[in-house]
Structure formats: structure tokens, C-alpha cells
Write a protein that binds this ligand. Structure first.
Ligand code: ADP
Ligand code: MG
Length: 229
């Protein structure tokens, strides 16, 4: 079994159970550098579990995940955390901003954690906030901004380290359709201009329309139509 040449992140035959519940039952996945792939499927089908496995947040019971030629499942916890910090960015449905920090401090946080000075981190953070059209919110705390603005701040934070893959799990799930579309437009434009790949989990067809390709998950099984069999 081979995947198309040039895949950045691939998964083969992933299996994961929670007690009696089978969350993944032979899931397949691949993404190329800079590609936006939508992971579609009904609630409970295993989309979030697949994303968490791909991002090295949880380890599957069996199967293989390869990132840039390295087997993720056999890495140490420390190596996997380092990979997440340096190569990946994350956007979740809600609640991922630190409420005590201002928006610019939130966006700058990943850079501060990897050793950048405050000044340098905030300068880079502001450039991303301008890109996402939320720079005017720099001094506000997450509790003082709207849901759509908060998600755009979260997207800026996901991109601030120049990740090669952004994992987004239902990033517009808590937004109305107008704000959701704006977040998707800005997220995909910004990721494409930074040549970051996006793994976009959603159950909404209008969100998936922003992707280059779709992978459908059903009952823990996903078929990657890109796969060469
Ligand atoms: N931490 C967990 N503990 C127990 N069951 C879980 C856990 N995470 C997911 N599941 C179960 O695994 C299945 C797939 O869940 P999930 O990946 O969250 O689906 P989706 O994101 O498509 O809604 C569901 O039946 C869910 O209840
Ligand atoms: Mg989910």
C-alpha cells in the first residue's frame, strides 16, 4: 500500500477504541504540503479522534501515522510535543484562548513559549492579527470580543509559528453562518499564503466547500480517495 508521492502527513489503518466503543476502525488519511483537506462525517463518526491521532495528541491502538517521513506513533512523548509545538497549529471550536491574557498576548503566546522576546513575539503576533483583521482588538481580553472575532484571534495564534499543518476541529461550529464564512475565508487564505496545510474537521458542507479535497468518515472508517491502491 502506498500513498501519493509528496504526502506530508499520512495515516494507514488507524484503530482506536474507548472501552466498548470503536472510535476508529481502519481510518486512512493523507495530505500534501499546503493542501486544505476537509474531514467530513456525522457526529460521533470519529472525526475528532482521527484529528487527535494525526496531531499526536492521542496514540491509536494500532496503525501507522507518518509525518514528513517520520513515524509519529513510535516517537517519545517529548518528541511528539516538540513536533506539535514546532510544526503544528490548532484551532478548536471554542475556549482555547487564555481569558486572563489580551488578544495580542494570546496570539504571541506560542512564540513566547518557544523563547522569543515579548517585543518580537508581539510584533509578529500583530502582523498575523492584521492579516486576520483583528489587530484593533490587540488590548482586549477574549471575554470582550465576539465569537467570530475570538476565532479569528485563535486562527492568528495557530499560524503565528509558521506551522506546516493547521488542525481545525469544527472551527465555525459555534458561529452563525456569516461569521463562519468569514472565518473560513480568512483561515484558508492565510494558510494558503503561508503554504500551511489545513486538516479541517467539519460536518457542514458549506464549510467543506473551502477545502481542496474531502475525506468522509463513517463509523470510524475513512476512505482517502487520493490513495494509490
Ligand atoms: N475520550 C473518549 N472516551 C470515550 N468515548 C469517546 C472518547 N472520545 C470519543 N469517544 C467516542 O468515540 C466515537 C467517535 O467520537 P469523535 O471522534 O469525537 O466523533 P466526531 O468528532 O465525529 O463527532 C463516539 O462514539 C464517541 O462517543
Ligand atoms: Mg468532533
Amino acid at each position: 500500500m502506498t500513498f501519493p508521492a509528496g504526502s506530508l502527513l499520512t495515516a494507514r489503518d488507524l484503530r482506536k477504541a474507548y472501552g466498548p466503543t470503536t472510535a476508529l476502525d481502519g481510518a486512512e488519511f493523507s495530505i500534501h504540503p499546503g493542501e486544505v483537506v476537509a474531514v467530513m462525517g456525522p457526529s460521533g463518526s470519529g472525526k475528532s479522534t482521527l484529528l487527535h491521532c494525526l496531531a499526536g495528541i492521542i496514540t491509536p491502538d494500532s496503525g501507522s501515522i507518518t509525518y514528513d517521513g517520520r513515524e509519529v506513533t513510535s516517537m517519545s512523548d517529548a518528541a511528539r510535543s516538540a513536533l506539535r509545538r514546532s510544526e503544528f497549529g490548532f484551532v478548536f471550536q471554542f475556549g482555547q484562548l487564555v481569558p486572563e491574557l489580551t488578544c495580542v498576548e494570546n496570539v504571541a503566546l506560542p512564540l513566547r513559549l518557544s523563547g522569543s522576546s515579548r517585543k518580537e513575539a508581539e510584533r509578529t503576533a500583530l502582523a498575523w492579527m492584521e492579516r486576520l483583521e483583528v489587530d484593533e482588538l490587540r488590548g482586549k481580553r477574549p471575554g470582550e470580543v465576539s465569537g467570530g472575532q475570538g476565532q479569528r484571534v485563535a486562527v492568528a495564534r495557530a499560524l503565528v509559528t509558521n506551522p506546516r499543518v493547521v488542525f481545525a476541529d469544527e472551527p465555525t461550529g459555534a458561529l452563525d453562518s456569516l461569521n463562519g464564512e468569514r472565518v473560513m475565508e480568512l483561515l484558508t487564505d492565510a494558510a494558503r499564503s503561508a503554504n500551511a496545510a489545513v486538516v479541517l474537521v467539519t460536518h457542514e458542507a458549506r464549510v467543506a466547500a473551502y477545502s481542496d479535497r474531502e475525506i468522509v468518515v463513517r463509523d470510524g472508517k475513512s476512505r482517502d480517495m487520493e490513495r494509490v491502491v
